[in-house]
Design a protein around this ligand. Structure first.
Ligand code: GLN
Length: 570
């Protein structure tokens, strides 16, 4: 029988449900179980693809082209598995499917109602995703008490009745504030969250108590008394500096064994955290630190600026640093502030490496191009991701290949040299205003140039694929030689095939390309010779970086940054 762990948040949002869910999964893997995660997003959007980054942070992209909430990213980073888009369930998808079924006459003339049709659809989606795994973690988005959660909690409670309580456990993640004027950790909001949850017929099996400090015995006892939950199931989860330390922190209170016991399971093996701890130690006491300049749009949300939009890149850098024992300090540079001949541009000199992440729209574009030029000319290690690659092509075309005014047609439709252009298929989509889920999304294969830096980086990490036994559909694989790599994508524009030869003749090396079944070649990687590290990709390699398995390009980049450090200190 399949087993489920339902993770629900109480008190406030942003208590780290996603990371807690991922950590629980990681622990259970150490006990020998296969696990998978499902994220429920109770919003009506069909997916996260059309959400503004300021609304919801970075959009996560799955192999099969889903545009999803970032939590799936946490699951993949911790669990080292590829999670498909069906594992993200939104209210929009549930209603859309039920309405489609109704239109197709599948309910045989019955009145279609909230109960039973909506919970039934939720249950069938959950069970579909759980198939083939020992344990399924389901993170219910939002906070208990939200109207939007109710259908999902109702469905899950129904599933519990059908498959038995021994197969479903509930983990409540709450927050215990310490108001500054009383300097005491308060349990009342947690008590209320428990009460709200009980209105859905759910009593938590385990409570994870988030807070800036550890939970003390007095408060643990208080929760025990008010929630009627034995104190050993009330787990302290204080703020912690390193995300990847959370599983170990939970394990210090034997969370894994407690969960297994509640699910009537026995450990299949005993945990071995050696590799995980080694990586953590590398982060805690690195041999040296490097400073990375991340040049992007500075996103403001009211009085706060959102750094969440580049979360996967931050994590990918941390993963590479953990492998190489290098500390990573990221500084955010607003590309809008970089102008030719201003002193701000000169300050780029102090970075050991520069990244231009993905992005959309005109804001700050010229500043990014200037930064690329600076990195190229001053031999600062450079990594360009998606838009970062497109702008590297623009910069090279303008400043090396002599194509003055070259541009991407995303910014200037009338440029004389459209070195980056929209694909004809994408043009049609845009003309009919279909914005949701219509980019080139998800994993695609790229053939690599054998004697390139990119090839050697992927080869070193064992990331060159050579068999076709991939889960990917034929159009995602395209035409490949027997050695290729797979990375995820999210874009509409491409290096214009018409300019590839011109740029190559001027020294730009395209080190990887996807070949569509109709023969169209799409450039996927570029690099420069005579530069310590100048690499860019049309893909988002950050989506395939995991804590124990860093992404090859990020490893290469971080390593190159440490070398710049050496030159400097000579
Ligand atoms: N705006 C560019 C495109 O759509 C790049 C997208 C990205 O960086 N993810 O092609």
């Amino acid at each position: 029988m399949e087993k489920y762990i339902i993770v629900i948040g109480g008190v406030i949002s942003g208590v780290g449900k996603g990371v807690a869910t991922a950590s629980i999964g990681r622990i259970l893997q150490e006990y020998g179980y296969s696990v998978i995660g499902i994220k429920i997003d109770p919003y009506i959007n069909y997916d996260a693809g059309t959400l503004r980054p300021t609304e919801h942070g970075e959009v996560w992209v799955t192999d099969d082209g889903g545009e999803i909430d970032q939590d799936l990213g946490n699951y993949e980073r911790f669990l080292n598995i590829n999670i498909p888009k069906k594992n993200n369930i939104t209210t929009g998808q549930i209603y859309s499917r039920v309405i489609q079924n109704e239109r197709a006459g599948e309910y045989l003339g019955k009145t279609v109602q909230f109960i039973p049709h909506i919970p039934n659809e939720i249950k069938s989606r959950i069970r579909e995703s759980a198939k083939g795994y020992d344990i399924t973690l389901i993170e219910v988005g939002g906070t208990v008490g939200d109207y939007e959660n109710i259908p999902f909690l109702f469905a899950i409670k129904g599933m519990e009745r059908e498959i038995g309580k021994e197969n479903v456990i509930y983990v409540l993640i709450t927050y215990l504030p310490i108001p500054s004027h009383i300097e005491e950790m308060k349990t009342k909001p947690t008590q209320q969250a428990i009460k709200l949850l009980s209105q859905n017929g759910i009593i938590p099996d385990i409570i994870l108590c988030r807070g800036i400090q550890k939970l003390d015995e007095i408060r643990r006892k208080k929760i025990e008394t008010y929630a009627n939950i034995k104190r050993e199931y009330v787990i302290s989860a204080p703020d912690i500096k390193l995300l990847y330390e959370i599983p170990l922190n939970f394990e210090s209170e034997h969370l894994g064994e407690k969960i297994l016991e509640k699910l009537c399971l026995k450990p299949k093996k005993m945990p071995d955290w050696k590799m995980w701890m080694e990586k953590l130690d590398n982060i805690k006491s690195p041999d040296k630190r490097i400073k990375i300049g991340m040049i992007g749009k500075y996103l403001e949300n009211g009085d706060y600026s959102l750094k969440d939009v580049y979360i996967s890149i931050n994590e990918a850098l941390i993963h590479a640093g953990a492998r190489l024992k290098i500390g990573i300090d990221i500084e955010w540079i607003d590309s809008g502030k970089l102008k030719a001949q201003n002193s701000k541009l000169k300050t780029l000199e102090r970075y050991d490496g520069i990244i231009i992440p993905g992005g959309f729209g005109i804001k700050g574009i010229e500043g990014k191009i200037l930064a690329i030029k600076y990195a190229r000319e001053n031999k600062i290690p450079f990594l360009g991701l998606c838009l970062g690659m497109q702008l590297s092509v623009v910069e090279y075309a303008r400043n090396v290949a002599g194509l003055t005014g070259a541009y991407t047609t995303e910014i200037d439709k009338n440029t004389q040299f459209p070195v980056v252009d929209i694909l004809p298929s994408q043009k049609k989509i845009i003309e009919s205003s279909r914005y949701g889920g219509t980019m080139r999304l998800g994993a695609y294969a790229a053939n690599l140039k054998k004697d390139s830096l990119v090839y050697s980086l992927y080869e070193k990490q064992g990331r060159i694929e050579s068999d076709m036994a991939q889960d990917l559909s034929a159009d995602r694989i395209g035409k490949v030689s027997n050695q290729f790599v797979i990375e995820r994508h999210r874009h509409r524009f491409e290096v214009n095939p018409k300019f590839v030869n011109i740029l190559q003749d001027k020294g730009l090396v395209f080190s990887g390309w996807h070949i569509r079944s109709d023969g169209t070649k799409l450039m996927e990687f570029l690099e420069l010779k005579d530069h310590p590290f100048f690499v860019a990709t049309q893909s988002h390699p950050e989506f395939k970086s995991r804590f124990l398995h860093p992404a090859p390009l990020f490893l290469g980049f971080v390593e190159a940054c440490t070398k710049k450090l050496k030159v400097k200190s000579k």
